[in-house]
Design a protein around this ligand. Structure first.
Ligand code: G6P
Length: 481
């Protein structure tokens, strides 16, 4: 069986990501239904995918599910199966117990296990093989994120005719931290199979280039890496550059302006007891998000008497995430103990100081919360971009609201009119929260107007087209297959 031959009717644009852009639900009688998941990536790519005969290779999110490819909304969905062991070793293990913390500046200790690495290699191979099977001759393949760092080079070995792009959604740390990884060289060489490597911030691109220079044998010049030598095999150039991701700004703004959302926003404040000030945090329950630091700052403001509950109320949405990973269980306990303590000390009957919600909500409800909140707290210790910050700004069609934003989130490079904080500096955060609460309406408006300009000019469609445009404009070399 000529398994790796490109079918003539293959896809001209292939996205390869750990997760498929569909959510699977299993009915009580065992039938499976699929609904498109609300992610920004698929929103941005859907029109392109429809036009270019697109395919999306990914995992459906549940172990041991074998699915034939199917079409959803004119996109070919190409499922990759992961066994329960692989979910544990590749997904929970190497992706989320090794790479996730390591690439976020080791804010918690990354664990290094050879069994995890072996599973990561095996699963990356499977994704690469699947992509090789569905890509048309000369197609563009766009590989996403830290779960699939080895795919670019594995894919190039199978299909040298392809244009391969890679985008890292999370940060890349300084080489001194990345160098801890026992498989650092293999990972960088895996990545170098791409023609274009995109990062969120310019500093991430700089860190990738420095790691390549220090830890591999290839040469770099500016943003360009030269792989191979003129004398041995054909030279190939790899570009590393920043392409800050964004959101579907128009869709969020449009939603935010509907009477239903405005009404829901009023209802939310009413349900909270019409506080003078509503503070809001919205995060996946992840240790990179600085939720504990945020709670500490708010708790101290209450204890110091600088703010009083329930006049000032914090709503913290923490959506469940990676719950099988030990460090996430620990974090959940820490957050919930802290919330309970603060509410015990500062709440009143029927009026909590913190409304803590361990749920995920549909976009409509999130947008209503954004519209309801006076101050949005984004206090990540490290974050590739942080789309919540951009969504908040997009939702404030009324030009009101204040964004408090960590300098360690990629969004801080663009959203410079936010109140910028260092989440490790608890006193600094307390002052920033007070500044945000006390900011006068004219200043709020001035800043929000400037912030909104950024997310209107650079939305996710712009992100996708500038990455793909750059990739497709790169000179093709002669390939001898
Ligand atoms: C981050 C990562 C994504 C990931 C998402 C949700 O945004 O960059 O690659 O899909 O978190 O995490 P999960 O582990 O549930 O896919």
């Amino acid at each position: 069986e000529p398994e790796h031959d490109a079918p003539d009717d293959g896809a001209d644009l292939v996205v390869v990501a750990n997760r498929l852009p569909v959510d699977m639900t299993v009915e009580s009688d065992g039938t499976r239904t699929f609904t498109r998941s609300p992610g920004g990536l698929v929103t941005a790519l859907a029109p392109l995918m429809r036009k270019e005969d697109g395919a999306w290779v990914g995992w459906v999110g549940t172990p041991d599910v074998e699915l034939e490819p199917f079409e959803e909304d004119s996109i070919d969905i190409v499922p990759v199966t992961l066994s329960a062991d692989e979910v544990e070793l590749y997904y929970e293990g190497f992706a989320n117990g090794t790479l996730w913390p390591l690439l976020h500046d080791a804010v918690v200790d990354p664990e290094f296990h050879r069994t995890w690495w072996n599973a990561y290699v095996a699963v990356n191979r499977r994704f690469a093989r699947r992509a090789a099977e569905v890509a048309a001759p000369g197609a563009t393949v766009w590989v996403q994120d830290y779960q699939l760092l080895l795919v670019p080079n594995l894919l190039r070995a199978l299909r040298p005719d392809l244009r391969i792009g890679f985008f890292l959604h999370i940060p890349f740390p300084p080489v001194e931290i990345f160098a801890q990884l026992p498989w650092r060289k293999q990972v960088l060489e895996g990545l170098l199979g791409a023609d274009l490597i995109g990062t969120q911030r310019a500093s991430d691109a700089g860190n990738v280039l420095r790691a390549i220079r220090r830890l591999t044998d290839v040469t770099t010049r500016g943003q360009v890496v030269t792989v191979g030598s003129r004398w041995t095999r054909p030279e190939r150039h790899v570009r590393v550059a920043a392409f800050p991701i964004s959101i579907d700004t128009a869709a969020i703004a449009e939603l935010a302006a509907t009477p239903e959302i405005e009404q829901r926003a009023r209802q939310i404040r009413h349900d909270l007891g019409d506080p003078d000030v509503m503070l809001l945090g919205v995060d996946r329950l992840d240790y990179t998000k600085g939720i504990r630091h945020r709670l500490k700052a708010f708790g101290e403001l209450l204890a110091d008497g600088k703010v009083a509950a329930p006049d000032v109320t914090l709503v913290q949405v923490a959506s469940p995430s990676r719950e099988a990973v030990e460090r996430y269980k620990v974090l959940r306990d820490e957050v919930e103990v802290t919330v309970g303590r603060i509410n015990g000390d500062h709440g009143a009957l029927g009026r909590a100081a913190i409304h803590y919600l361990h749920h995920s909500y549909p976009l409509e409800e999130m947008v209503a919360m954004y519209r309801a909140a006076d101050v949005m707290l984004v206090t990540a210790l490290r974050d590739g971009m942080n789309l919540v910050a951009k969504e908040y700004v997009a939702a404030r069609v009324d030009l009101d609201g204040v964004l408090v934003l960590s300098e360690f989130a990629g969004a801080a490079d663009e959203l410079t009119q936010a109140v910028i904080v260092n989440p490790h500096d608890i006193d600094g955060m307390k002052s920033a929260i007070l500044e945000a609460i006390g900011m006068n309406p004219r200043e709020r408006r001035r800043r929000m107007r400037a912030l909104r300009r950024k997310v209107v000019d650079s939305d996710v469609q712009h992100w996708a087209s500038s990455f793909l445009g750059t990739l497709q404009a790169m000179p093709r070399r002669d390939t001898h297959v």
